[in-house]
Every structure is written in structure tokens, then in C-alpha cells.
Design a protein around this ligand. Structure first.
Ligand code: AHG
Ligand code: MN
Ligand code: MN
Length: 336
């Protein structure tokens, strides 16, 4: 018998559950159901060029963005994989303006699932990595139905956070506060297998920055000076950084998690709160980053301390190696 036992995601969840005496299995049930949805979405993503789920629906979503067929397909798969579990009291999706209630025919539970069903939509039609991001909060309001109060909790209250990356392989990365663990889907057996246990951002980090530089003219003076530093133009850095930008947060963050460096989506003169959404993009990634020894800031404050006022609230995001995030905060504080 080889000594490298095959650890499936299911086995990992059971072993994690054993370590939490108060665990009721509801949380594990949510994670199982998310992995089922991930396998179904992965299957469709990997044949997107064949079946008619490419392109836009012709609609725009609450964000004012063109809705891709795969965005809605992914939302529907996730909703229906979890709506009957009895573990959730409501859901929040990037693609739906309001809270998604649990259908009355199903039992309700004490968790809230908040998700970006398909992240990196602009990359779907060009066969570049895309993903799904999820965040799990615990109910705090009275009664069995989920309310806005349950959804608008700070990121530091998250029970768990994770993402699925539909790339050259399909990976699921998650944390429930006990470190960050990566699983790779083996399509031949339909199982996510533990491939990256206890992920920690490398130190020293890769000197890589990730940002959409087209917006440079719209950035604050502090952000522009930060870019001069990262490019070695102010003569202060011994060696300059390299630049990588995929345009899918899940892919850009996954590289940052594995190699170190920094991903930035700053505020700018047109978008004073940046583009990325706090509840289902920045906060889950921030929990993962901090659990892996990294940092996550809006340029001045820890992402995990921000208390949302709206379920689709946007935030600037600086995430990655803690030392580089701190350096970025230093430059941005000059704007105050
Ligand atoms: P989504 O597809 O869920 O709307 O997210 C897209 C986001 C994020 O994935 C990425 O980091 C960012 O949009 C890229 O924005 P730009 O195209 O402005 O660079
Ligand atoms: Mn997104
Ligand atoms: Mn999306």
C-alpha cells in the first residue's frame, strides 16, 4: 500500500469536522454541495466552445455589466445544488439584485452562502481561466429566514471562504480558519483530491505586481507613485518587479497565493470605490490571503474589518504578500 494516501475533499472535510466538536455537519453539507456545483460548472466550462453557453444573454445585471450565459448558468447550478440542503437561510449572488430566499418547500438552516457564480466573465469567450468565489457566514438575526443583517457582516465573521478555478485543471481552494487547502479535480474519478495542503504565501515573495495599468491616468498621486516604485523608476528598489495580469480575479489571486506578490484593483476618478465587490470577491479572498500569511486591504483598512452597507458594495483591493500590501498602504496614506 503506497504511503501517499489519496485524500479526497470529502475526507478532508470529515477530518476537519472531527476537529470542531460543535460541528453539526451542516457546514460540511454546504461544502459537499459546492463541490458538486463546481464539478457541473467545470464540465460546462470545459466544453463552452461546443455547446451554446458562449456569449451574452443580451441583458445587463445589477452591476450594469453584460450578463454572460455562463454567469446565469453557474448561478442556477449553485442555487439548485444548495437550496434544498436545509443548511442555508438565504443566499446572495453577484447576478441577483436582492437576497435569494430559500424556496418555502425546503427547510432552512443557520448559514448564508454569498457567491460570485462566474468570476472573470470577460474571459469566458477567449478560453482564459475563470472561476467561482464563495463566502459562508452564520445567521445572526432572529427567525428562520435570512435577512440583510445576516448578509451585511464584516469579513472577519466569515465561517469559511473559497474559490474554484476553472483553468488548465479545475482546483478548489478553501479555508475554514484552519489554514488554506487546495484540491485538484481528477475528472476520471470525479473527485477533488488534496494537492496543496496548508498553502502559505512564500517568503520572500515573487516580485510580481498585478494591475490593469490602462487606468493609470485615473489613479491618485499616491497610487501613481506606488507604480513608479514597483517599476523601479524612483530608484529606491534594488530590482524592479515583473507584471502579470489575467483579468480574472480568481486566476490573478491564485497565482499571488502560490507565488507571492500583490494584486491591486485601486479606486480611480471614475470608480471611487474601485470595481471589485466586497461581499463575494474581496472578503473571501482576504480571508484566504490572511490564512495563508498574506494581507488584504482597501488601501487603508483591513478588508476583513470593513462592515458592508450594501450587498453589492464595491471596494478597492490590495491583496497578497503582507509586506508589499503594507508598502502599498504607505503610498496611499500620502493621499490623505
Ligand atoms: P466578474 O466577471 O465576476 O464581473 O469579475 C470580473 C472582475 C475580476 O474578475 C477581475 O479582476 C476584474 O473584473 C477585471 O477588471 P478589468 O477588466 O477592469 O481589469
Ligand atoms: Mn467577479
Ligand atoms: Mn461574476
Amino acid at each position: 500500500m503506497s504511503n501517499r494516501s489519496v485524500v479526497t475533499l470529502e475526507r478532508h472535510i470529515v477530518e476537519e469536522e472531527r476537529r470542531c466538536p460543535e460541528a453539526t455537519g451542516a457546514f460540511s453539507n454546504i461544502l459537499y454541495s459546492i463541490t458538486l456545483a463546481a464539478k457541473i460548472i467545470s464540465r460546462e466550462v470545459n466544453k463552452a466552445g461546443i455547446v451554446d453557453i458562449l456569449g451574452g444573454t443580451g441583458d445587463t445585471n445589477v452591476q450594469g455589466e453584460r450578463v454572460q450565459k455562463l454567469d446565469l448558468y453557474a448561478e442556477d447550478v449553485i442555487f439548485r445544488a444548495l437550496d434544498h440542503t436545509g443548511a442555508l437561510c438565504c443566499m446572495v449572488s453577484e447576478e441577483s439584485e436582492d437576497i435569494l430566499p430559500i424556496p418555502k418547500e425546503f427547510p432552512k438552516g443557520k448559514y448564508i452562502l454569498i457567491f460570485d457564480p462566474l468570476d472573470g466573465s470577460s474571459n469566458i469567450d477567449v478560453n482564459v481561466s475563470i472561476g467561482t468565489i464563495f463566502s459562508i457566514q452564520k445567521k445572526v438575526s432572529e427567525g428562520e429566514d435570512g435577512t440583510l443583517e445576516d448578509c451585511l457582516q464584516a469579513g472577519c465573521k466569515q465561517i469559511a471562504a473559497g474559490y474554484v478555478l476553472y483553468g488548465s485543471s479545475t482546483m478548489l481552494v478553501y479555508t475554514s480558519g484552519q489554514g488554506v487547502h487546495g484540491f485538484t479535480l481528477d475528472p476520471s474519478i470525479g473527485e477533488f483530491l488534496l494537492s496543496h495542503p496548508n498553502l502559505v504565501m512564500p517568503d520572500p515573495p515573487s516580485r510580481t505586481y498585478s494591475i490593469n495599468e490602462a487606468y493609470y491616468p485615473r489613479w491618485s498621486p499616491g497610487q501613481q507613485r506606488l507604480m513608479q516604485r514597483l517599476k523601479g523608476l524612483d530608484g529606491k528598489e534594488a530590482e524592479s518587479y515583473s507584471s502579470r495580469y489575467i483579468g480574472s480575479l480568481v486566476a490573478d489571486f491564485h497565482r499571488t497565493l502560490l507565488k507571492g506578490g500583490i494584486f491591486m484593483y485601486p479606486a480611480d476618478s471614475k470608480s471611487p470605490n474601485g470595481k471589485l465587490r466586497l461581499l463575494y470577491e474581496a472578503a473571501p479572498m482576504a480571508m484566504i490571503s490572511e490564512q495563508a500569511g498574506g494581507g488584504a486591504s482597501n488601501g487603508r483598512t483591513r478588508i476583513l474589518e470593513l462592515v458592508p452597507e450594501d450587498i453589492h458594495q464595491r471596494t478597492p483591493l490590495y491583496i497578497g504578500s503582507a509586506g508589499i500590501v503594507e508598502m502599498a498602504e504607505g503610498f496611499l496614506s500620502e493621499d490623505d
